[in-house]
Design a protein around this ligand. Structure first.
Ligand code: APR
Ligand code: PHB
Length: 396
């Protein structure tokens, strides 16, 4: 099989890229190793920036988002038993965020893709990418080797885009002699739960506490999504529902009248936290987008939005090549994305290190965290810096 753009991975990055390329009249094929149900039910992020919402709408995938998505104008921070609200529109000139789960974004994009998009093959395991620097003038082309329906297959492409996440294979196409990776693994993880109970706050609540971080988020007016900072290697089975709710209560505690409503927990999972960047994000005719190129700790709600921003830049570059014959934007892809990626890496690190209590941190470091949070509450400039980064910066 031959295509112009071979896309490895049918998560948000791969699916959105396929949609944008289709709308630009550029043929592509998506190879996804898992089955549809797995991709559509894998619990991940939940916050969409304005630019992500805009691209989903303009690409034809925004109808259910507009019907079911929750528009949020701010978040609440809690520390030292006090609370402070960060208002996005007043601090960012009108920006806001949407609460709409990554699972729903994937369902919408998959439905579109299967209805009128390019081929999307599930349970297609990519084994390797070859010929990243193939000279197509001599007829050579990059090749994706994969298995599907029990057979070894090849997909010949003009270009390959690795949207195959942190554990994918596309990053291997960048030679070790050229690749530079940057990584920080955090000394704690997030224990995430879904609960059939209306959220106890209209907006997200990020809580710093001596016991550890906690986050109140949501999936709908009747489903809460909550997270607890836990030690790495925590087994969800060791935590009863009551123990989870009791710990959340302790960490969200503030002076004043507020109750965390409890309900049946329907999903539990522990996810490790890391910051990671692999440079460059392209090599020859192979490009990396989303988690294949970078990982952020989820505290800043950047992962999905970074993936969307990468493929917006890449789809624009492919369209420019098709329309003008110029590969200039493709050649600039990695540098264009990395400026934004590193800004999001810093913000995600800042939110994580300010709000989480490292088990080994000193009392001095705790006081610095409190001082930082007090500063955000007392300075519109400090608050605006957080609001601008959280609600999303210009894509570039
Ligand atoms: N062959 C085919 N598909 C693969 C392979 C492979 N060898 N390896 C991984 N995949 C698929 C995975 O099954 C997954 O569906 O690639 C997809 C990668 O999707 P994500 O990991 O979701 O990455 P991305 O699309 O970049 O989206 C980033 O997802 O993990 C969250 O927090 C992250 O919100 C962010 C978003
Ligand atoms: C979520 O709803 O899953 C969520 C929200 C905000 C975050 C991280 C996760 O910072």
């Amino acid at each position: 099989m031959h295509t112009t753009v071979g896309i490895i991975g049918g998560g948000p990055a791969g699916l959105l890229l396929a949609r944008l390329l289709h709308n630009s009249g550029i043929d592509c094929v998506v190879l996804e190793s898992r089955d549809r149900a797995y991709v559509e039910h894998r619990q991940r992020a939940g916050i969409l920036e304005q630019s992500t919402v805009d691209v989903l709408r303009s690409s034809g995938a925004g109808e259910r988002l507009d019907r079911e998505g929750l528009v949020h104008d701010g978040i609440e921070l809690r520390w030292d038993r006090k609370a402070h609200r960060i208002d996005f529109p007043s601090l960012t000139g009108g920006r806001r965020v949407w609460v709409y789960a990554q699972t729903e974004v994937c369902k919408d994009l998959i439905a579109l893709q299967l209805k009128d998009g390019a081929p999307l093959l599930f349970e297609a395991q990519v084994l390797a990418v070859e010929g990243a620097t193939a000279n197509i003038k001599t007829g050579d082309r990059p090749v994706i080797r994969y298995t599907h329906e029990g057979q070894d297959k090849t997909l010949i492409c003009d270009y390959v885009v690795g949207c195959d996440g942190f554990h994918g294979v596309a990053r291997d196409a960048v030679p070790e002699s050229i690749k530079k990776t940057y990584e920080r693994v955090y000394p704690y993880s997030w224990f995430g739960i879904l609960a059939d109970v209306p959220p106890s706050s209209d907006e997200l609540v990020y809580a710093h506490s001596p016991r550890g971080f906690a986050l109140l988020s949501m999936r709908s007016p009747s489903v809460s999504r909550l997270y607890l900072q836990v030690p790495n290697g925590t087994d969800p089975a060791d935590w009863s529902d009551e123990r989870i709710w009791d710990e959340l209560d302790a960490r969200f505690a503030i002076d004043g009248d507020w109750t965390l409503e409890r309900g049946p927990i329907t999903s539990k999972g522990v996810l490790p936290m890391r910051s990671f960047v692999s440079e460059p994000m392209s090599y020859g005719r192979v490009f990396l987008a989303g988690d294949a190129a970078h990982i952020v700790p989820p505290t800043g709600a950047k992962g999905l939005n970074l993936a969307a921003a990468d493929v917006i830049v890449l789809a624009r570059a492919f369209a420019n090549l098709k329309d003008t014959g110029s590969a200039e934007l493709l050649d600039a892809y990695s540098d264009t994305c990395l400026k934004r990626v590193w800004r999001a890496e810093h913000f995600s690190y800042f939110m994580t290190s300010t709000l989480h209590t490292d088990p080994d941190q000193s009392a001095f470091e705790t006081r610095l965290q409190i001082s930082q949070l007090d500063r955000i509450a007392s300075s519109p400039y400090a608050a605006a810096e957080l609001a601008e980064n959280y609600a999303g910066l210009h894509i570039g």
